[in-house]
Write a protein that binds this ligand. Sequence first.
Ligand code: NAD
Length: 423
Amino acid sequence: MRNFSSRISGFHKQSLDQRIDTVADLTGLDGTAAAHLRDTGNLPPETAERMIENVIGTMTVPIGVATNMIVDGRDVLVPMATEESSVVAAVCNAARQCRDSDGFVTSTSGALMIAQIQLLDIGDPETARIRILERRDDIQAICDDMDPVLIRLGGGFRDLEVRVLETRSGPMVITHIVVDVRDAMGANAVNSMAEALAPHIAEWTGGRTCLRILSNLADRRLARARAEWTPEAIGGESVRDGMVEAFHFADADPYRAATHNKGIMNGVSAVVLATGNDTRAVEAGAHAFAARTGRYRSLTRWEVTNDGNLAGVLELPMAVGLVGGATKVHPTPKICLDIMGAETAEALARIIAAIGLAQNFSALKALATTGIQKGHMALHAQNIAMMAGAEGTEVDTVAKALVDRGQVRIDVAEEELARLRGN
Ligand code: NAD
């Protein structure tokens, strides 16, 4: 058991090198581990230091490119950053199987983000609500004054909603400002507006304002994708029908829906991360949206068309940007956006929705037919081989032996590695 104090005075003021030394001294890291941390790969250390606090290294995740994608009639290559095997392959397979039916068609509801202002200690909440709504023009001016750049780009305040909420702390009056954030994710943009507006709301109503923050349930910023697969392209009508039944299961049962939607987010979050966007914001929005009816349900819907094709649709909040946050600071997102040819946040949101739908198609198809493990096994076997200590060409040899034996297990990998090394 190590014994040290995690209260490290001035740690945040140390240089990256000094911090690595400090952590190595305290935790007993050897020179090899410290050298590993010092190699920050394609994220320059000075950039990493500007992104977050107390930096001691970087975490490199592979970027794979999804091929075969047609989005709104255009062939696109989509970079996906993920640590999970089979995610990229699943998208490639789904996209290949709907190329003959023109790929994915997408749309969006616009780039509107919501920020909330909490008003408390209010005896006449219904009157306060109307008083706030009466100030719409003032509110627009206060919000728009905060972000001249956004206004110049055609964004800014768009709408006002005020709700009375019954809570355990008594009634609260919750103001929503709805803001067009153009090509930004928009968190800082709308948070600044909400903070500027709050004192005025307190003054107009005689109440006390407290929280001022965006809502990640970005249901005014939806991205949608739809696609069709012919029965011939996917292995017949029984596969199609099994996939629809699999969707019905997910839509009826939160235990299944959680995993179903996690699969969708395998694709979505990989593109969100590759473009330097906030994965947690998009994930929070997606899961809250999935529960909007009061029960947690599937984010996709699947049905059989009049022509007998399998049709899938996905609709989810998509708060992603091309500016702000890490998108312009980290060097990799720009390259990923260039590969995709996404010149607006809306174009990016559309591609991400298509990727989410493709991912869900492959998961449902695998689950309704051979099961999920078959497709996973080849790459999973390589991971197991590496866990067992295989290096270089040994990885493929051991992985193949595991798959051939139908036993992708660490003990079997160790046995195969020992045999290979002649022990
Ligand atoms: P930001 O404030 O860095 O950039 C947005 C600003 O850039 C706009 O307000 C505008 O002034 C300017 N801009 C320049 N060109 C623009 C264009 N083409 N379109 C729109 N704006 C343009 O970033 P942001 O997008 O407001 O905030 C994103 C960051 O906020 C992310 O890092 C996110 O992780 C973080 N964040 C998230 C949450 C949350 O999700 N709950 C909360 C706080 C912060």
